[in-house]
Design a protein around this ligand. Structure first.
Ligand code: SAM
Length: 278
């Protein structure tokens, strides 16, 4: 990790102080997350919070909301309705790519639940996030997951995944783009999947009961928030462009997370998705 990166982190984050909505104190960590983290990291419970405070480093690097709200310790994958299926497929030797993995906490959760780490791949824009994951989870020498760094739409490195991936995990990922870019990213992700029936793309993201494009804090970018109908339309469009067919399962969740994330718009709600190649 570069010195300037660490110096930036040590100055602390002004952005975090500016947008309190996107900041959640670390001591709100629930019992289940504490248990996972203390056991996986192998750290005494009373040292956990001090260890995790380094998360502000990630926010300084690139202020993704998922970092501000402590997304790095919340493992989302184990809440997916398809989690038992995913676990069983990975334990039988299939592989998973966590796209936009950030600190790759979901990869650690899979390992904690018994998946061989050799079956896991992660990818993110920022090498620093991957490094911070190793620091936070203290597993640089033991974790055998393979990581790729760079823009999923530009980096040649991603070609190594083409036609190889059984399960793509895209947690809080597609919702960072407008419709057109979601389509481009979706078309790229289709190329990662094994070209056979049953390859799946799973995850959760922010949606909207009345689908719409909004400006997302704190980055100010335009993002499109789906309901079931528009997500199916997106995947029909991706299917036409890639000559593939996809079945979309969609379920809204009722979680405070969405309200906290976006303020007062009562339309906003998180949803789970499972998109299966036909
Ligand atoms: C909202 S965060 C979600 C992180 C994680 N999946 C989670 O559930 O906590 C989005 C992540 O996608 C990564 N990302 C954004 N654009 C990307 C791109 N073009 N290529 C690869 N990763 C990207 C960001 O660096 C960030 O870590």
């Amino acid at each position: 990790m570069s010195n300037s990166f660490i110096e930036g982190a040590e100055r602390q984050s002004d952005m975090l102080k500016k947008d309190r909505r996107l900041y959640e104190p670390l001591d709100s960590i629930g019992a289940e997350s504490r248990e996972f983290l203390t056991n996986y990291i192998g750290i005494p419970a009373d040292e956990l919070l001090g260890h995790l405070r380094r998360k502000n480093i990630g926010w300084e690097q690139d202020p993704w909301t998922c970092i501000g709200i402590n997304g790095f310790y919340r493992t989302y994958i184990n809440d997916l309705p398809s989690y038992p299926e995913i676990l069983s497929r990975l334990k039988r030797g299939q592989n998973l790519l966590d796209i936009g993995c950030c600190f790759a906490q979901d990869i650690r959760r899979l390992v904690y639940d018994g998946v061989p780490s050799e079956n896991l791949r992660g990818a993110d824009l920022h090498e620093e996030f991957i490094d911070l994951g190793y620091d936070l989870f203290r597993d640089r020498r033991t974790l055998k997951a393979e990581f790729v760094v760079g823009d999923v739409l530009k980096e040649y490195e991603y070609k190594r995944f083409d036609s190889k991936i059984d399960v793509v995990l895209a947690n809080l990922f597609f919702h960072v783009w407008n419709w057109k870019d979601q389509q481009r990213v979706g078309e790229r992700i289709v190329k990662f999947t094994q070209p056979r029936k049953g390859s799946v793309i799973v995850g959760r993201q922010l949606g909207s009961i009345n689908p719409k494009e909004v400006t997302a804090p704190p980055r100010g970018s335009k993002v499109f928030l789906h309901n079931a109908e528009t997500l199916r339309k997106l995947w029909d469009d991706i299917g036409v462009a890639t000559d593939t067919l996809w079945k979309v399962d969609f379920s809204f969740m009722s979680v405070d997370f969405a309200k906290q994330l976006q303020g007062s718009d009562s339309d906003f709600q998180m949803f789970h998705f499972r998109i299966e190649r036909q």
